[in-house]
Design a protein around this ligand. Sequence first.
Ligand code: NDP
Length: 323
Amino acid sequence: MTATHSTRMLIIGSGPAGLSAAIYGARAGMAPIVVQGIQPGGQLTITTDVENYPGFREVIQGPWLMEEMRAQAEHVGATMVWDMISEIDLSERPFRLKGDGGTVYVADTLIIATGAQAKWLGVEGEMELGGKGVSACATCDGFFYRGKKVAVIGGGNTAVEEALYLTNHSHDVTLIHRRDSLRAEKILQERLFAHPNIKVLWNQQVERFVGGEGNAGLVAIELKDTVTGAVSQLETDGGFVAIGHSPSTELFRGHLELDEDGYLIVEKGGTRTNVPGVFGCGDVADKVYRQAVTAAGMGCMAALDAERFLAEADFEARVTVDA
Ligand code: NDP
């Protein structure tokens, strides 16, 4: 027989957004259930050093931080389940969702915190040198390259913002782009071109990330000119891949409004989606900031929004019964 769980608040995703929503939801007496998904803890579980999450004087480890958040959520009354949601019905409340193994979840409110994944180039050395020179987040890791040479790969807003951000730490930043024009906004392009410490390499495709002897980490990026075919090497200490992110929203396509890049659309300054009772938070709904701390903040907002939504729905139900 398949199990059925009923809850006031179902949370999909267990990164900083989902777990912060769980902490707030549990403390509001909503006994939330968190469906942890394929990567419990989210993107931080594949990061090492975390130095920008407030509250810790020393560098902490991403997996440790997520383990603490999960334990905190459980401590205040959230329930964690190992499952993957594979079917959803948001046509009426309570919402009905189904997990991979057939477990049914009946939920008065739904908080979506399924996150996003950085896109990678898929070239030699990229995974092997991850955390040893290759990164997908300049805001997270740029600090570790103070006074060193760095390169950013990509031509969109993220790549240009990351290149500009890296000038806070490095006097030698190279932007590598596969075409001869950027797709980033004009104002960002102007700032980039005007910066004395940034140079742009046009029409260059990354062939591989080159590691040094022993455990030396990244030492160079091998490039191929897309026009002439010439192969060259750019010496660098850090390579930041900034070619976009994929939000985990496939499950919601056709059920909730998504933008042209697949991100969940939520109200400006809030977390409500186009379906009343469904809320979105963290990287799945935020393509601009994408930080653990902003995701956690948005998770808190989603729980507060869900709580208010239920209070209003309960009040309306009582008024209807009394009338
Ligand atoms: P984008 O999809 O806009 O840009 C990705 C870039 O990476 C493109 O220049 C693309 O090249 C390049 N690229 C993609 N695949 C490869 C590959 N395999 N090899 C080499 N290069 C590759 O992603 P962003 O993350 O920059 O932005 C995503 C969305 O978020 C956009 O809508 C953006 O406007 C928004 N955003 C807004 C910000 C803000 O408002 N401050 C900040 C950051 C993002 P090509 O151009 O040739 O296709």
